[in-house]
Design a binder for this molecule. Structure first.
Ligand code: ZN
Length: 233
């Protein structure tokens, strides 16, 4: 269990960026993650603009409020900050939001097909995977951020069609885990599509049971710390 002092929270956010980058979710300097401050739930830490996901540090992480206004830090703020501010506003149960241009998820979103339980990974989204289709433009206004939050509803993940993914969770580790699993689920379904299309997929009820069993805090943390060790080698 990590600490909840500011330094530990910044370290956790920076590590989330390293895990995502190591797993191929970086898009040069695009993509961002945020983490709500437990003592000030209207504020959150966020990756700054202009650097890669794996380049966050104590010095460059910025602090932002729920209006999307930067309140601390010298580095620039991402124009898509409203994904984070509006999802965190709409979801008091969540502390962490991830937005990346996860390549397999983006390619999959262009098919216009539902995500199936081709693999274990697909089971984690067996309860539904919302797709944001109001626009394929960037989420650079409060209104668009609100629309994304509405589409996400109470789910943990969504596809932004032709753009990327958003995940939100009660822990940083779970938000990252959902991002990794969503990209992997899309990758495996794409592979099945390349081979002629999936003919047999997991029974929906079994997929829900499997998804519920295999998505647990110890697994989220275990995967996070494992990828971090690999990224550090
Ligand atoms: Zn984006």
């Amino acid at each position: 269990m990590r600490g909840t002092d500011l330094r530990s929270l910044k370290r956790l956010l920076a590590d989330a960026g390293r895990v995502l980058a190591h797993e191929g979710q970086g898009d040069y300097v695009a993509g961002h993650v945020s983490l709500r401050l437990p003592d000030q739930p209207d504020l959150f830490l966020m990756k700054p603009a202009g650097i890669g996901l794996e380049e966050m540090s104590d010095e460059n992480i910025i602090t932002v409020d729920l209006e999307g206004t930067k309140v601390e830090g010298a580095a620039g703020r991402h124009n898509e900050v409203f994904i984070h501010s509006e999802v965190l506003r709409a979801r008091p149960d969540c502390v962490a939001v991830v937005h990346t241009h996860a390549p397999y998820a983006v390619a999959f979103s262009s098919l216009g097909k539902p995500l199936l339980a081709v693999s274990n990974d697909g089971a984690f989204f067996a309860n539904g995977l919302p797709v944001f289709e109001e626009t394929t433009e960037l989420i650079i206004t409060k209104a668009r951020g609100q629309a994304v939050a509405r589409t996400l509803g109470q789910y943990g993940a969504l596809l932004l069609r032709n753009h990327g993914i958003v995940t939100a969770a009660p822990t940083m580790e779970e938000a990252v885990w959902l991002a990794l699993k969503l990209n992997q689920a899309c990758h495996l379904q794409l592979m099945a599509e390349w081979a002629g299309g999936p003919k047999r997929v997991g029974d929906p009820q079994q997929a829900k049971t499997k998804g519920a069993y295999a998505s647990r805090p110890d697994i989220h943390t275990g995967v996070f710390e494992y990828v971090l060790r690999r990224a550090s080698k």
